[in-house]
Design a protein around this ligand. Sequence first.
Ligand SMILES: [Zn+2]
Length: 74
Amino acid sequence: MICPRCESEKVELLVKSPVGNVWEMYICGTCTYSWRSTETPDKTDPKHYNAKFKINPAHIDKMLMIPPIPPLKG
Ligand SMILES: [Zn+2]
């Protein structure tokens, strides 16, 4: 399985539906995007995920933290 947002192959099963085994939830180990198997292809399929919201894994380390975390007090 490939992450719809960053196209990493580091996807894990997060949880299955507690009743009826009707859906699974997956999480990406690279960008932490998570999705349920029953969501629409624009949220589950890398080919249909909105290109404006895609993430390049190489850029993750350089992203800003919002709000910024202040330095620890001495
Ligand atoms: Zn991802």
